[in-house]
Design a protein. Structure first.
Length: 398
């Protein structure tokens, strides 16, 4: 018998993954999956607030009345009834939108991936808030872009700093979450939104405006989208999601963009998954037709307001003297900065030992990280559970 030939080595994986790490948030969620741990780590909607009956009725109606259509392949652009419903919601909130302005995506995270695929070449400059939504940093890293952080303060991105950076950097796009930002919970004021739009118009870059939390407002008045600014009308992409107001398991989002870029995103989506789930889109459209989503959101906001307030009330006793935190008007997160000398990453293991968890702030920075920063999410637990979790957190600093 002839000797077997030596095996050739298996080809290496794609080099673009070399500098893209896994999500620390996902790793922390796995670490704290034990039911006895009170976790302020995940930005998760409260499952007991899902409108299970309404969503079940929507699926039942679709499968009873149009099962063959709902279970068939469909168009890449998305269900016409769902796009019409989304367009009507946006128009009703002051952003004139038609169904053909929209692309339905498999969560708004896919919308961001499609934008990166359609727009970015390796080495292109992407500007981000610092700190920034962690999965966006992963997405841009995967595309090979060069991510440049833009300084922020308690009101979000600083327009003067943005102007100074784009004067020396040829940026392709700016990505930001202007309303109840992840991770900080900050909201960019209207005058800064106008200023950002004007900087984009002068320097010729795109704005990607991610708005997964905008409906979750507990205080104050709605701030207009940057996408509604006349200066930015031809260069702004708006990303939206049903994950925080309907159910994240549906994996439904949308992208609103000018026609040329939207068409490129359609082609990128055809290559990625052909189209978003037909039956899930049809059920969401039916839910929007037959149920009162705004009433459901008001119920969620009432519960989340109580949870936010419970966390704010408990933070002074839970954190060491000299700590600072904000009071978000909505969303899911409170941003904490511990006193100098504290390292939130090092302290996490101690906190988990006391059966409580949070997300260290350092991974959210594209620039120099702040080791004393931490993100706390208040939406998943009841006020009593939040109070108990903060009592456990206090032991971390004892």
């Amino acid at each position: 018998m002839l000797p077997s030939a030596p095996h050739a080595p298996v080809p290496a994986g794609a080099s673009r993954l070399a500098n893209v790490g896994s999500s620390p948030v996902r790793e922390i969620l796995a670490l704290t999956a034990r039911p006895e741990v009170i976790s302020f780590a995940g930005g998760l909607p409260a499952p007991e607030l899902f409108d299970i009956a309404g969503i079940r009725a929507a699926y039942d109606g679709v499968l009873a009345e149009e099962p063959q259509r709902a279970l068939q392949y469909s168009t890449t652009e998305g269900d016409t009834e769902l796009r019409t419903a989304v367009a009507d919601r946006l128009t009703g909130r002051g952003l004139s939108t038609g169904p053909d302005d929209l692309l339905i995506t498999t969560g708004s995270q896919q919308a961001l991936t499609l934008i990166a695929t359609a727009m970015l070449e390796p080495g292109d400059v992407v500007l981000v808030e610092d700190p920034c939504y962690l999965a966006a940093l992963q997405c841009f890293g995967f595309s090979g872009a060069r991510v440049v952080p833009v300084p922020t303060d308690d009101d979000g991105i600083v327009p003067a700093a943005l102007e100074e950076i784009v004067a020396r950097e040829q940026a392709k796009l700016l990505y930001l979450v202007p309303t109840f930002q992840n991770p900080t919970g900050r909201t960019l004021p209207a005058e800064r939104r106008t200023a950002v739009a004007e900087v984009a118009a002068r320097h010729g870059f795109w704005i990607v405006e991610d708005d997964p939390y905008g409906d979750l407002r507990y205080d104050g008045d709605r701030v207009p989208w940057i996408s509604g600014s006349e200066a930015a009308a031809d260069r702004t992409v708006l990303l939206g999601s049903f994950s925080k107001i309907m159910a994240p398991g549906l994996r439904l989002g949308y992208l609103r963009a000018p026609a040329g870029l939207r068409r490129s995103c359609v082609i990128a989506k055809q290559a990625a998954d052909l189209h978003t789930s037909t039956v899930d889109q049809a059920a969401a459209a039916r839910y929007l037709r037959d149920s009162d989503l705004d009433a459901h959101v008001r119920t969620m906001c009432s519960a989340y307001r109580d949870r936010r307030d419970a966390m704010l009330d408990g933070l002074p006793a839970a954190l060491p003297a000299g700590s600072r935190w904000n009071r978000p008007e909505g969303g899911m997160f409170i941003w904490v900065t511990l006193p100098e000398g504290h390292d939130a990453t090092d302290l996490l293991k101690t906190a988990v030992g006391h059966e409580v968890a949070y997300v260290p702030g350092a991974p959210f920075f594209a620039g120099t990280p702040d080791p004393a920063a931490m993100r706390l999410s208040f939406t998943t637990h009841s006020p009593d559970e939040i109070s108990e979790g903060l009592r456990r957190l206090a032991k971390t600093f004892a």
